[in-house]
Design a protein around this ligand. Structure first.
Ligand SMILES: [Zn+2]
Length: 537
């Protein structure tokens, strides 16, 4: 009765249809499929759940374990254009971890534990303010972003509910048991009472900050069982296990479980060394846009104090780029003495070096998780492109006869704004005007030169729209817009209309009118500019 076939059936058939779908509306559906598989053994349910989880964890997720932008999925392995803005809702991560635990219980595959560790120690730990306990809606991953802490009196979103729960679940998924086997999947200070085996354990560790852990068996009666210790994918050289002081040899490769089968007695002690190394994790669709990792921990660049709530809190200049491509990360990211886990850039073309810390240690700060890497040659080219863009803007200004800013009262008066069924809009700090019938502006022209009209539109539309552009009653163009899918960035762009000489001859000014096609919207006009078309541009 409650099966959403349009989503679950394609997933069971191995089709990733998640692009443009709402993130946290889907995870619970597939959690439901998995729960039903556990009760009924229906293979289609299991196929849908495992395919979905793999796609989201391995093809839609960022370095922190979060996914989605403005709550929506994009296409798989296309993350480059997703990272900035409002990414990684906390509920989604809560549900993906819940699903990872359930999947591990069905099939103890290490990839579920890898994801659990990544999402827990990066997104979830970073989602709470350590000073007053408040939790986050989004925990974004972009360049120059900050946590979306929820107000303790004004907010009660889904993420406040799941956010409170997340921090009561830290003990879940550290240990798993089945028959004569006990898995240790996460390293965290904890005790375990394995009732069916009559065994008690105590884990001591300074993880995630530290790099070691020890396990003490505390039960009275000797018991033969297999202790399966996770050797994480990030723990390569230097990883070791000692049982009662004796080093184990023939360890399995990284990203597998070290299985120790013996008769365990009281006072037995297992010690692990879990060395963290520095790595970079590029996006699947851009090798030069990457996150910095220290073991399983995302290192975030500290960009200063967070900004107060408000419409322009994300309208900051982007994070600086690192001119360090093709160099090993150890060469330019140096540990800060006396501060374990803290690193500082060195010689990467920055005017001020940047501190990097495990992401969860950066509450209430602006930060960047992804960075653009350039070689010195690429950076030279890129800075030339930025300079060329500046020059283009300056030339456009110089060629401008008049610029009308829709949506702002004074300039609308100055340019004699008229209309029916129209209203001002503001999108991401851009002023504009929309309507369902028509609106117009009068703009001066310079007929000593050919005249071009440039109108700024946006891809942001509530629904499909179509409208005509008329100059003194003559149609000079038409514009159509499609409803924007929420995970796509909002863009603003100019369209040029060169005005035929007979239309402008002998005139000082013209009326530019936007007229909706029957039953359509004028989705938004954000700038109207008259230029001398023969000016240098
Ligand atoms: Zn939520």
């Amino acid at each position: 009765k409650f099966q959403h076939r349009a989503i679950v059936d394609p997933l069971a058939a191995g089709q990733d249809i998640l692009s443009s779908k709402h993130g946290n509306t889907q995870v619970p559906k597939l959690l439901g499929s998995l729960a039903r598989y556990i009760y009924t053994g229906d293979e289609a349910d299991y196929r849908a759940a495992t395919f979905f989880w793999d796609q989201v964890a391995l093809h839609h997720s960022f370095a922190t374990g979060g996914h989605g932008k403005n709550e929506y999925f994009g296409p798989p392995d296309k993350l480059n254009d997703m990272i900035d803005g409002r990414t990684a809702e906390t509920c989604d991560v809560y549900n993906m971890i819940k699903m990872a635990r359930d999947l591990f219980s069905v099939e103890p595959d290490i990839r579920y534990a890898d994801f659990h560790e990544r999402a827990l120690f990066n997104h979830i730990l970073a989602s709470q303010d350590p000073d007053d306990g408040r939790v986050c809606y989004m925990v974004p991953v972009g360049r120059g972003v900050q946590h979306e802490y929820q107000d303790k009196y004004e907010d009660f979103t889904c993420c406040v509910g799941s956010g409170m729960e997340s921090h009561a679940l830290h003990a879940y998924g550290i240990y798993y048991e089945s028959g004569d086997k006990l898995w240790v999947s996460l390293y965290a200070p904890s005790t375990a009472n394995w009732q069916s085996a009559g065994v008690k354990l105590k884990m001591s560790t300074d993880f995630p900050a530290g790099q070691s852990a020890s396990l003490q068996i505390t039960s009275d009666t000797p018991r033969k069982f297999t202790l399966a210790l996770r050797r994480p994918y990030w723990a390569g050289t230097g990883f070791s296990v000692k049982v009662n002081g004796e080093l184990l040899t023939n360890l399995p490769k990284a990203d597998s479980y070290v299985e120790i089968n013996r008769t365990w007695k009281k006072e037995d002690k297992v010690e692990l060394v879990l060395p963290k190394t520095l790595r970079t994790e590029p996006l699947p669709d851009n090798p030069n846009r990457l996150a910095l990792m220290w073991g399983p921990l995302v290192l975030a660049g500290d960009l200063g104090q967070e900004r107060k709530r408000g419409p322009d809190r994300n309208a900051e200049p982007q994070a600086p780029v690192l001119v360090a491509a093709a160099q090993p990360v150890e060469n330019w990211l140096k540990p800060v003495t006396g501060k374990p886990g803290m690193f500082r850039t060195s010689g990467v073309g920055l005017t001020t070096d940047i501190d990097f810390l495990p992401f969860y240690q950066l509450p209430r700060r602006r930060y960047a998780i992804y960075w653009d890497m350039f070689t010195p040659q690429e950076w030279k080219k890129q800075s030339a492109a930025y300079a060329a863009e500046e020059e283009r803007k300056e030339k456009l200004e110089a060629s401008t006869v008049a610029f009308a800013q829709p949506g702002q009262m004074q300039t609308e008066r100055d340019f004699n704004q008229q209309g029916e069924d129209t209203s001002p809009v503001q999108i991401q700090g851009h002023y504009g005007r929309r309507g369902t019938k028509w609106f117009s502006f009068d703009l001066p022209i310079d007929t000593a030169h050919p005249v071009t009209l440039i109108v700024t539109y946006s891809n942001e539309a509530r629904r499909n729209g179509a409208f005509d552009i008329l100059v003194d009653g003559t149609k000079v163009g038409q514009q159509a817009t499609e409803r924007r899918s929420p995970e796509q960035d909002i863009r603003f762009f100019g369209v040029e209309y060169s005005l035929p000489p007979p239309l402008v001859e002998g005139k000082q000014k013209v009326t530019v009118r936007f007229e909706a096609a029957e039953g359509n919207d004028i989705s938004g006009v954000f700038g109207i500019r008259m230029i001398r078309a023969d000016a240098a541009r």
